[in-house]
Design a protein around this ligand. Structure first.
Ligand code: HEM
Length: 408
């Protein structure tokens, strides 16, 4: 196969990772689907092609959707073997197995009044963080990160120190086998994952014996309805879905809030517009999700030969769906590289699409809306500390600012 210069040099975690958008725009123009040797995967950049693949779950499996860029070190694998064996979760399963794992989550998250009912607690938290601001503040660690963490803690029914343990454990799960890690660092990360798994299993056993109506209780009741103690296999399956969902819930939403604030404050005209017209906040949330997707990419695996956008993709190939690129496709959005809070919201891939569409989208949107509303109302003079370099996480699957210094 001949590989173009664009495809040969494509390296999402290379120098382009902080601002990958110019490369994505070039790919959409020149070679919208290409094979990237560095990833050993076909990269899909246009809205229509991402849409076609994500809506064909039989032709494109999700088993590899979170494929890491490398294997973990042997020493980390040994630590992980002292915890629960990895089982497919809803994100990485297909067909009936996927449906069975997803339904209890989507049922819990769509129970009438549940998401809306969480709004006063979210607003109270947002206000309490703002009350504690003192002049110059890191908006990520003091605002964008704790709000979804505590909200996810409520959802799962975590008590006391378990929210902090779940924070470290879920971040560690996402950090396993990421680039730039030494063996010692990864072993430490693996230990946190195992501690988190064990605590999750204790919660599962506890809620199996005495349900409380939280997410864990409902999922345990649906996936392990039998009386009597949970089997080890039950626990392994429950732990796998709880661990990934907790991270999927708070890390992504924190990135969503952090990116929205970074975008607004680095576009002062857009910030001023929101201060003057706070009813634009829901619009601003959609625009921020479109412009900086917190999950910029996911893999799929071709289960049979396919032709997409005129390109032949062989059976067994890994396919990288670049949501972050599809969300800026000029064939779909006028002037797509412009961040514009007055843009009429339309469909984007920040929450995926098709049968794996995010079950927490309503909750994530609510948290982002409340977070922006509270800060726009209370700190209209907020501005970025000048000349700072806003570093984003170097990852294929999750994207957001690591810190954001602002003053008011
Ligand atoms: C801004 C915040 C969020 C973003 C950007 C986001 C994004 C996504 C995306 C792109 C997917 C699709 C994955 C795929 O196609 O393989 C997904 C799935 C999922 N999300 Fe979210 N999410 C967010 C917040 C949440 C929250 C608050 C929850 C709370 C429970 C949640 C739970 C899930 C679950 C359980 C799935 C798996 C669904 C399935 O595979 O059937 N997410 N999310």
């Amino acid at each position: 196969m001949t590989v173009s210069e664009l495809a040969a040099s494509f390296d999402p975690l290379g120098p382009q990772y902080e601002d990958p958008y110019p490369v994505y725009a070039r790919a959409r123009r020149e070679e919208p689907i290409f094979f990237a040797p560095r990833l050993d995967a076909w990269v899909v950049t246009r809205f229509a092609d991402v849409d076609a693949i994500i809506k064909d779950p039989e032709g494109f499996s999700s088993v590899n959707s979170l494929r890491p860029l490398r294997s973990p070190y042997q020493a980390s694998i040994e630590v992980l073997m002292t915890g629960y064996p990895q089982r497919p979760d809803h994100v990485t399963s297909d067909g009936e197995a996927h449906r069975r794992l997803r339904v209890p989550y989507s049922k819990h998250m769509t129970t009438p009044g549940r998401v809306k009912g969480s709004e006063p607690a979210i607003r109270k938290r947002a206000d309490s963080y703002i009350d504690a601001f003192d002049g110059t503040v890191d908006l990520v660690s003091s605002y964008a990160a704790p709000l979804p963490l505590e909200t996810a803690g409520d959802l799962f029914g975590f008590a006391g120190d378990d929210v902090a343990l779940a924070d470290v454990g879920s971040r560690s799960l996402f950090a396993l086998a990421t680039p730039d890690q030494t063996e010692a660092e990864e072993v430490e990360v693996a230990r946190h994952v195992v501690a988190f798994q064990r605590r999750l299993a204790e919660y599962a056993r506890d809620r199996h014996a005495s349900p409380t109506g939280d997410l864990i209780s409902d999922v345990v009741a649906a996936l392990a309805p039998e009386d009597g103690p949970l089997t080890f296999e039950d626990e392994a399956q429950l732990v796998a879905t709880f661990a990934s969902t907790f991270g999927a819930a708070h890390i992504t939403t924190a990135d969503g809030i952090g990116s929205a604030l970074a975008l607004l404050l680095s576009h002062p005209d857009q910030w001023e517009l929101l201060v003057a017209q706070p009813d634009l906040v829901p619009n601003a949330v959609e625009e921020a999700l479109r412009f900086e997707a917190p999950i910029p990419a996911q893999y799929r695996l071709a289960t049979r030969p396919a032709t997409v956008g005129g390109v032949d993709i062989p059976e067994g190939a890994d396919v990288l769906l670049l949501f972050a690129s599809a969300n800026r496709d000029e064939e779909r959005y006028p002037d797509p590289e412009r961040f514009d809070v007055t843009r009429k919201p339309s469909r984007h891939f920040a929450f995926g699409a098709g049968i794996h569409t995010c079950v927490g989208a309503a909750s994530a949107r609510l948290q982002m809306r409340v977070a922006l509303q509270a800060i726009v109302e209370r700190l209209p003079g907020l501005r970025l500390v000048p000349d700072q370099h806003v570093e984003v996480r170097r990852s294929l699957n999750v994207r957001g600012p690591l810190s954001l210094s602002a003053t008011y």
